[in-house]
Each structure stands twice: as structure tokens, then as C-alpha cells.
Design a protein around this ligand. Structure first.
Ligand code: AHR
Length: 335
């Protein structure tokens, strides 16, 4: 892995770097270099968050605020409303502000190299959270905090293979945001797992953009096109889409969780409630605690140059209805 070394440039030198015409424009928009961070011991960190498309995403943002407060970090969160151009603009604005570090949850996996090069030129370390990127130079970021998203898909697929026990099973797949690393990896893992079972076939696969409302529409049209009795299972790349699909199936007179098996990813409180009520069957947990380890790595790096691991892998775990009621109670007020 490429080592990542940043000299400790001052906020002022970052602001005056001659090649940063666009950064200077962003700085002016934010009130100019007078609003730089720097000085004092408090870390100032910019977080370019994707948006609030799912319950998991909102939980991650809340967890980030709590983690920052606990550590005395000044965390500036920019909501990109699921648009890469907004994220690029936010990263440029953080560079212009001279923050101590940047956290980036990349909505899609490609197209980041130019702005990451700008951050590197300004000596501002970037840590990726919850999604991966495709880059020609992994030295452009310090570390990434994510789960093994291929494993998430594989766990979901393995559970389904085991649960249908050889029965013929047409599956509807609800994919997340097109172009995101989560989609590519979760699909790969699931496809690998079900490739061992010729009785399981994906008969429809479409994006619900990780949102309840879009997934509900996609499920409604899947039910119309395939016929309610020709769907044996639904695999959704996140729980919110599964909640939307469950609504669509119920409105069509189907019985998700009973006649139609469901498996999704995230572990949000609502899916535990659906499992406890018998409307859903399984979820693979993705922890929303991504920013806490990222801030710790950043703090150690800034303090004494400690190089973090290149990939901080978070835990992945499958949950079933037996613990759903208790899990719902435990989680409902967590974030
Ligand atoms: O990248 C993580 C995914 O993004 C979550 O599974 C999903 O809910 C979110 O929108």
C-alpha cells in the first residue's frame, strides 16, 4: 500500500497556495481566509456526507455528531443531497477553510482523483467513510472506514440459499444508488452466494436508490410485471428499500415475511420492528459508527504522524427474527 505522508502545513499557507484558484473562490464564498480554522488544540474536521436517503444514513450523521462532541472535535457537516458535484464543492470549501482533515462518504465510486489531489496538495488528510472509491492512486487518501460490502451480500445470499432449502425461488433484487461501491459489492457477494443454488434465480433487478419511496414504486411494478405468486424472495441492498417493498407487497395482498422471504442490509430499528411483527426475515447489520474510528485515526495522525491502517473494517453480522423485538427496543432511541 502507498504510504501517505503529509507535512504539517499551516492553515495560512494552505489558503495562499498559488494553484488554488477554485479554492480561493470557495474561500471567498465562505467569508475568505479570515474564517480559517487552525490555531488552538481543537481539531477542525469537514465531513462531506451523502445526504439523508435512509435511516442508516441519518443514524450515521447523528453518530458522527456524538463522536465529535465526545472528542471535542469541531465537525463541519455538509449534506450533499446525494449529488457528487455537491460533495466536490464541499471538499473544496473545506480545503479553503483550512480544516485539519476531511471525511468523505463518496456517493459514487469514480471521479474523485482531481479533488483528492487538491486536498493532498493542501496537506489535508482525507479519510473515506462507508463507501470505497476507484482511484489510480490510493495514496490520495489516508484510510477508509467501511464494512466488507461483498461479505454483506454474501451473507444475505447464503442465508437465502439455506432458507429456501432447494425450492424453486424467483428473486427480486432492489439495488441501491447506481455507481456506488455499496451496490457493486453487495451485488457481487449475493450473486456469488446464490450461484451455488440453481433453484435460486434473480428475475428482476432494479435500483431503488436506497430510498423507501423509490423502492416501493419499483416493487409495485415488479409485482405487476411478474405476478404476486411468482415472487419467492426479495433481496434489498438496504433496509429502507425493504420497508418500501414490504408496503408495496402488503398493498398487493401479499404476505412478506411469510409467503415471500426478505433479506436486506443495515440493521435499522424499523427492520427489526418489521421482523418482530413477522413482515421481514433477515438483516445484515452495517454499523453507523464510522466517524468515531475515523476521527481517532485522524487525531493520532495529526498529533504524532501515526499512520493508520489503510482499511479499518467494521463488523458484519446477520440478525434473524428471534432477537428482533429485543434489538428493536435496544436500538430505537440510540440515534
Ligand atoms: O453506503 C452505505 C449505504 O448507504 C447504506 O446501506 C444505505 O442505507 C445508505 O444509504
Amino acid at each position: 500500500m502507498t504510504a501517505f505522508h503529509y507535512p504539517f502545513a499551516t492553515a495560512v499557507s494552505r489558503c495562499l497556495a498559488p494553484s488554488k484558484v477554485m479554492i480561493a473562490a470557495a474561500a471567498l464564498a465562505l467569508g475568505g481566509c479570515g474564517q480559517q480554522s487552525g490555531g488552538g488544540d481543537q481539531l477542525v474536521v469537514g465531513f462531506s456526507q451523502i445526504g439523508s436517503e435512509s435511516g442508516w444514513r441519518s443514524a450515521e450523521t447523528k453518530a458522527a455528531r456524538i463522536a465529535a462532541e465526545k472528542r471535542g472535535v469541531n465537525l463541519r457537516i455538509a449534506d450533499a443531497q446525494q449529488r457528487q458535484e455537491n460533495q466536490i464543492q464541499a471538499v473544496r470549501a473545506f480545503i479553503a477553510q483550512g480544516v485539519d482533515g476531511i471525511l468523505l462518504a463518496p456517493v459514487v465510486s469514480t471521479g474523485w482523483d482531481p479533488v483528492l489531489r487538491e486536498a493532498k496538495a493542501a496537506d489535508i488528510p482525507v479519510i473515506l467513510v462507508d463507501r470505497q472509491i476507484e482511484t489510480s492512486d490510493p495514496g490520495l487518501y489516508l484510510s477508509v472506514v467501511t464494512s466488507d460490502q461483498v461479505l454483506e451480500g454474501r451473507m444475505a445470499g447464503d442465508w437465502l440459499v439455506k432458507s429456501v432449502a432447494g425450492r424453486n425461488c424467483p428473486v427480486v433484487e432492489l439495488q441501491g444508488t447506481v455507481g456506488s461501491s455499496s451496490v457493486v459489492a453487495r451485488k457481487k457477494g449475493f450473486d456469488e452466494a446464490i450461484s451455488k443454488a440453481p433453484n435460486l434465480k434473480i428475475v428482476r433487478s432494479q435500483s431503488g436508490d436506497f430510498t423507501r419511496s423509490k423502492a416501493k414504486e419499483v416493487m409495485e411494478s415488479a409485482v405487476k410485471a411478474l405476478g404476486a405468486t411468482n415472487i419467492c424472495a426479495v433481496y434489498a441492498h438496504n433496509d429502507d428499500m425493504m420497508i418500501g417493498a414490504i408496503q408495496a407487497m402488503k398493498e398487493a395482498g401479499m404476505k412478506p415475511g411469510k409467503d415471500v422471504l426478505t433479506v436486506s442490509i443495515d440493521g435499522v430499528p424499523d427492520i427489526f420492528r418489521a421482523m418482530a411483527e413477522g413482515d421481514a426475515n433477515a438483516t445484515v447489520e452495517l454499523t453507523p459508527e464510522m466517524v468515531a474510528p475515523a476521527l481517532d485515526m485522524l487525531a493520532a495522525f495529526k498529533k504524532n504522524g501515526t499512520q493508520p491502517v489503510k482499511w479499518h473494517q467494521t463488523e458484519t453480522r446477520l440478525y434473524l427474527p428471534d432477537t428482533a423485538a429485543a434489538e428493536y427496543e435496544r436500538r430505537k432511541n440510540l440515534y
